[in-house]
Design a protein around this ligand. Sequence first.
Ligand code: COA
Ligand code: MG
Length: 300
Amino acid sequence: MVADDLHRGRPFRSVLYIPGSKQRALEKARGLAADAIIFDLEDAVAPTEKENARAAVAAALAEGGYGRRTLIVRVNGPETPWGAADLAAAAAMKADAVLLPKVDAPEDVHAAEALLERAGAPADLALWAMMETPAGILRAREIAAASPRLAGFVMGTNDLLKEIGGRFRPDRLPLSTALALVLLAARAGGLVCVDGVYNAFRDTEGLRRECEDGRDRGFDGKTLIHPVQIPIANEVFGPSEEEIAEARRIIAAFEEAEKAGQGVAVLDGRIIENLHVESARRLLARAEAIAAMAAESADG
Ligand code: COA
Ligand code: MG
């Protein structure tokens, strides 16, 4: 399944939006430590720039140089003058995934998939969905299951807050139910799930708090709008040295107990079961993928 393959072993701590119309940012991103990039053709691009942005993103992807980063193209919606042409072009781009905006229902995924396939999209091109409308949030589970290509959800918190009629609050109370529903649907369907953006990009303390909130809820990472936000998201969503050491101890303690013919172990006065070992192994695999990415950046 496409979704499983994309998920496996890749970090999504920091997912940076780049307006497709900003040539300088397209180039700069090759040297930024973001785990994934969203090349935006939608809301970050002015109507007069849509065609230029599409061509610029295609050219940047063809040129390459983005290393192990997951490369995602966000297209315009089907109701716009650009949506169908974006999908046809994206089918031929050297991207890992196409991100659909404002997905309300499984039919939106089916329609995009049909257009991509008619345009010759390869079998391993994944689909991601923006979760940012009340209708879409309420059908998140069905959307997650709409296609084997569906590999990720991105929270669109700005659009959603506008649609709900709520206000920004640092504790994100007005968004809490939606965040939880989207996460549950993503996990039930085995999808990557990335949190919304933090608009005040110079407010690093506010960003850190919101990253911690997203991490504790279960998100894999955060979408970002500016390079200064990358190190904070990488730090908050990445496993710490202490967590890595703890994971190794958990695995060792469990293997020791297994050798002695026991199904559970005790470490520091806490019970260790198979589920803890699975989480520990997943954490170590993620740490390895992050280290491989960092080594590649260090190589230039
Ligand atoms: N990706 C890559 N590089 C980026 C970037 C991004 N999202 N945002 C800024 N940069 C680069 C700039 O090109 C500039 O590079 P340079 O100094 O080497 O020339 C550097 O980072 C500093 O940029 P800065 O001057 O601080 O930002 P700005 O005032 O030009 O732009 C924003 C601020 C918010 C308009 C801009 O960051 C942006 O367009 N972000 C993305 C918005 C978006 O995609 N929204 C859609 C989803 S919500
Ligand atoms: Mg949006």
